[in-house]
Ligand binder design. Structure first.
Ligand code: DP6
Length: 320
C-alpha cells in the first residue's frame, strides 16, 4: 500500500487532553487544512510474522523497540476494528523521500500502515471497498496512529475539524517545491511540541484567530486564488512557530538558513510563490507554476545550500 504525505496549510498544533480512551487519541485543539502530496509516499506491506512477535523494517533496517511498540499498538487497533484475532505481523515500510526532510513521514507512515494492515486482514478488493465506502473510518483509524495521518487517506485537499477529516474536492493543482536546508532529525518531536503548545502565552490568542483564517483559506482555495491563499499560509506558519518557540520548554525548529530564506522571500516586491513550514527547518514553497529556477537563484543569493524536492497536489493512497 502506498500512502502520500501531506502539507498543512493551517496547522494542527496542540491536542485535547487525553480522555484515557484510545478512540479519542490525537484529537486536535484546532481545525486544520492540508494539501495531499503526490510524490512523497510511504509504501508498506503487512504479512504474517514468522514468530509470535511483530517485526518492523523501515527503509531496509530493523526498527528499534520504541517504533515497534508504536506500530504494534496500531496493529491492535486495526485488528480490533475488523474484529479479527490478533496475530503477529511483519511490517515492511519504506519512504521514497529523505528522512527528516520536513516531509511529514508519520502522516504517510500511519496512513500506509492502516491500509496495509486492512489489506492483510480483508484482502485487496475488500480494502478498496472499505476505503471508498468509509473514508471517515480509515481516517479516524490513521489519526490514532498520528494526528496528521488522518489527512493522508485521500486528496486533493483535506480539512480536519479536530475529530473528523473530510475531503475538499478541487481541480486546482499546486506545486510544492520543498527546500531541504537540513535533513537532520528535529530536536523536539512534534508529539512533544503539541504538549507544550498550550504553555505559550500566544496559544489562546491563536485559537481565537484560527476560525477566521480557516474560512479565508477555504474561500481562497475555492476561488483558486494563490494571491489570497499565499499570505495566509505564511502568517499561519510563522504563527505556529511563534507558539512553538514561546512554549515551556521552547521548541525551536527554524534554523538561521530557514530565516534567511523567509526574509529573502518576503522581501521580494512581486512574487507568485509562498512558503509554509511544518515542524522542521525546511520550506515548502507553494506555486501554480514550477518555480525551481527562481528558488535556485534565491538559494544562490542567500548562500543557503538546500536539496530540492519537487512535489505537487496528489489524489491520495494508491496501489490497492
Ligand atoms: C506541524 O501529526 O506529527 O506537521 O499526532 O503527535 O503524531 P502526532 O503529531 P503530528 O503533528 C504534525 C504537526 C504539523 C502540522 C500539521 O501537519 O498539521
Amino acid at each position: 500500500m502506498k500512502a502520500p504525505s501531506n502539507i498543512a496549510f493551517l496547522k494542527y498544533w496542540g491536542k485535547l487532553p487525553p480522555s484515557g480512551d484510545d478512540l479519542d487519541r490525537n484529537l486536535a485543539t484546532n481545525a486544520s487544512l492540508s494539501m495531499t502530496l503526490k510524490n512523497a509516499v510511504t509504501e508498506t506491506t503487512v504479512d504474517a510474522a514468522s514468530s509470535d512477535r511483530d517485526e518492523l523494517w523501515i527503509n531496509g533496517t530493523q526498527a528499534n523497540p520504541n517504533d515497534i511498540a508504536k506500530i504494534s499498538k496500531h496493529l491492535d487497533r486495526v485488528h480490533a476494528y475488523f474484529d479479527r484475532p490478533r496475530r503477529a505481523c511483519r511490517v515492511v515500510s519504506a519512504n521514497n523521500f529523505p528522512a527528516g526532510a520536513g516531509i511529514a513521514s508519520s502522516a504517510s507512515a500511519f496512513a500506509a500502515l492502516t491500509l496495509a494492515a486492512a489489506e492483510h486482514l480483508i484482502g485487496g478488493p475488500g480494502t478498496r471497498e472499505w476505503v471508498s465506502s468509509t473514508t471517515a473510518d480509515v481516517s479516524a483509524l490513521a489519526r490514532r496512529g498520528s494526528g496528521s495521518a488522518c489527512r493522508s487517506v485521500a486528496g486533493p485537499y483535506m480539512k480536519w475539524d479536530g475529530r473528523h477529516a473530510t475531503t475538499i474536492p478541487s481541480p486546482w493543482k499546486l506545486h510544492d517545491t520543498i527546500l531541504i536546508v537540513s535533513a537532520a532529525h528535529k530536536g523536539v518531536p512534534s508529539s512533544e511540541g503539541h504538549k507544550t503548545a498550550e504553555t505559550s502565552p500566544l496559544f489562546e490568542t491563536r485559537l481565537t484567530r484560527l476560525p477566521a483564517r480557516l474560512a479565508a483559506m477555504e474561500a481562497a482555495l475555492a476561488a483558486q486564488d494563490l494571491g489570497r491563499l499565499g499570505p495566509l499560509l505564511e502568517t499561519e506558519a510563522l504563527e505556529m512557530h511563534a507558539v512553538a518557540r514561546t512554549g515551556v520548554p521552547p521548541a525551536n525548529y527554524l534554523l538561521p538558513e530557514t530565516l534567511r530564506l523567509v526574509e529573502a522571500l518576503q522581501s521580494l516586491s512581486q512574487r507568485n510563490f509562498f512558503f509554509t513550514i511544518d515542524a522542521g527547518p525546511n520550506l515548502h514553497v507553494l506555486s501554480e507554476k514550477p518555480v525551481r529556477a527562481d528558488l535556485e537563484k534565491i538559494l544562490d543569493r542567500t548562500r543557503v545550500s538546500a536539496r530540492i524536492w519537487d512535489d505537487e497536489t496528489g489524489a491520495g493512497p494508491s496501489s490497492f
